[in-house]
Design a protein around this ligand. Structure first.
Ligand SMILES: [Cu+2]
Length: 189
């Protein structure tokens, strides 16, 4: 059993390092070379579509600060282009915003009329596997399924005479839990 645990831990280390490479933070320049503007009516919904945003990624807004700004707003204000009560305001013209949580992050330009003609973007972070639970606004649904079975199968495998068939399940559960735990610890650094 002890050697099994050692092998499991070794695999965990391998998986964690592999996961780190996959989840290295990316920088997304909103609108790519066009930047954050209303010229030529950029379609930021199309720009954001399909991009695999993850927690820790950075969205970079580059714009002329004389003509634009960036407001993070609630969903309702995003839909109605209301700029009166933003969650955050950015106005340097070179704003790097780290996306820290899963879910939708709504940004609009607060200059009158700009949001209405399309200067708005919804950055959606799906439940990124390893990193999601650490700082998610709603961590419990994703945490509990992985953590609850981790104690149960390993306890039963120690007692059950025919535990061979369960080992792969237990191993993968241990790897998943340890990976998530490591990710949480690493994100806290
Ligand atoms: Cu604008």
């Amino acid at each position: 059993m002890a050697s099994f645990i050692k092998v499991g831990l070794f695999l965990v280390v391998v998986v964690v390092f592999a996961g780190l490479n996959l989840s290295a933070a990316k920088i997304y320049t909103v609108g790519d070379s066009i930047g954050w503007t209303i010229l030529n009516s950029p379609n930021y919904t199309a720009w954001a579509a399909g991009k695999p945003f993850r927690e820790g990624d950075i969205v970079y807004f580059k714009y002329n600060k004389q003509f634009h700004n960036v407001l993070e707003v609630p969903k309702e204000d995003y839909n109605s282009c209301k700029s009166g009560s933003p969650l955050a305001t950015y106005s340097t013209g070179n704003d790097s915003i780290t996306i820290k949580t899963a879910g939708h992050h709504y940004f609009i330009c607060g200059i009158p009329g700009h949001c209405q003609i399309g200067q708005k973007v919804d950055i959606f972070v799906g439940g990124g596997k390893a990193t999601a639970p650490a700082s998610s606004a709603a961590p419990s649904p994703s945490l509990s399924p992985a953590f609850v079975p981790s104690t149960a199968p390993s306890a039963s495998s120690a007692q059950a005479p025919s535990s061979g068939a369960q080992l792969p399940v237990v191993l993968s559960t241990i790897i998943e839990v340890a990976t998530m735990t490591s990710a949480i610890v690493l994100m806290g650094l």
